[in-house]
Write a protein that binds this ligand. Sequence first.
Ligand code: NAD
Length: 468
Amino acid sequence: MSSSVSICVVGSGYVGLVAAVCFAEIGHRVTCVDNDESKIKMLRKGGVPIFERHLPELLERHRGQGVVFSSDLHGAVEQSETIFIAVGTPQGDSGAADLSYVEGVVSEIARSIRSYTVIVEKSTVPVYTNDWIRRVLCRFGVDPANFDVVSNPEFLREGSAIGDFLHPDRIVVGTSSPRAADVLRRIYEPLTGGSYYAQPDALAGQHTAQHPAPLLVTSPQSAELIKHASNAFLALKISFINAVATLAETVDADIEEIAAGVGLDHRIGREFLRAGLGYGGSCFPKDVAAFHWVAQQQGVHFRLLEEIRGINESQKEHFFNKVVSALWTLRGKRLAALGLAFKGGTDDVRESPAIDTIRRLLQAGALVTAFDPAATENAKKLLPASENMKYAADLYEAARGADAVLILTDWKEFGAIDLERLRAQMRFPIVIDGRNLYPADQMEGLGFSYVSMGRPAVYPVHEKQPVR
Ligand code: NAD
């Protein structure tokens, strides 16, 4: 394995914490810093603040050894050759990313640099942030010979973040400094040279010692645009298939068949061609908006980005209308909501279409009982429990006495429900599936009214086709 690098990761959220334990996993010495003292306390005591596959095992393996947790940024910067900034870059009012957390961290770093340090921007940021970081450091009097700034965007997905980090499709290193590029090459060498994959306890994934991860060195601006362009393209695929799904509904076609037929073309690919409630989460909505803002600033009218966003917004409205058309009126109806997270495999509810949908249902007077395998505690902060909003301990409890079950998140377990048991719990056997988790004929065979996305709805024979 290559030589160990002392790394400071600033931010211990979905990206920072995963990056910190994965850097330890590939042999580096890491200090993970957060200004949220309660998080640091929890991490030091052995707690795991986010739900993420493999994270508990890796934390167990490296905590206190390869990775330590601290709220002292100054001390961590002094001891580290490289600092990865992984703090939040939420959407501001104008659509632009709010970079105040990044700037705050950079100004603190400026006070603590003692010798040559590589500052790595891992948060998702607009083009020219790399330049701004350099400028701020110089304004604070840091000698330009004492630092370089690198853009190293992160492409991990919540729910498979550890696997994605250790088996990345690509590692992008944006810098104009050969010296800094070499430091980043050293850090990622166990993945790009393959030595990590040769270890007996390495996490298995797409790469092997013979086929290691690729690393691409680019200019800083290219690296910044690669991240925004990648997320916008993925959001585009989702909005595209959702628009096709809406069209498919009007001609009684089946979007699952269409997506299979389109996705088998290897130039297009099957992934992200899943019709549903639309995208959400802490990345796509804000990154599409930030990318649009970047283009506007440069005088480029990137209207496609507006369409991607617009289709995504209509999709949530479209699902809500399906609920209305399946149930006629909503006031006083008891609805079971399966899913709160923005997608399966995570406890993250930021910009979750499930939360948005539940809000609409509550506003329309429905009584909602929700269940999510991991995101309930986070959801309660946005949708506090009340007379109309209840939380269940499992999905069957949520379905008890329900006028309809709504599938809002694509958790694996929601695709493997004991459907007879579910039906026995419900007042009426109506399932409105925003994630297309079941074949319509299976649901029909079990006597459900089943409404899904981009496919003909099915109803038991005794029910007339409802008015659209
Ligand atoms: P997060 O909100 O989960 O974590 C950010 C962390 O930074 C928090 O723990 C916060 O307390 C900490 N923080 C804020 N200011 C700080 C400061 N001054 N000093 C120390 N710590 C500070 O965010 P996240 O989801 O990990 O995302 C981080 C960045 O990575 C964002 O730019 C995001 O767009 C990008 N990104 C996220 C994902 C994802 O799936 N979540 C994937 C790729 C890239």
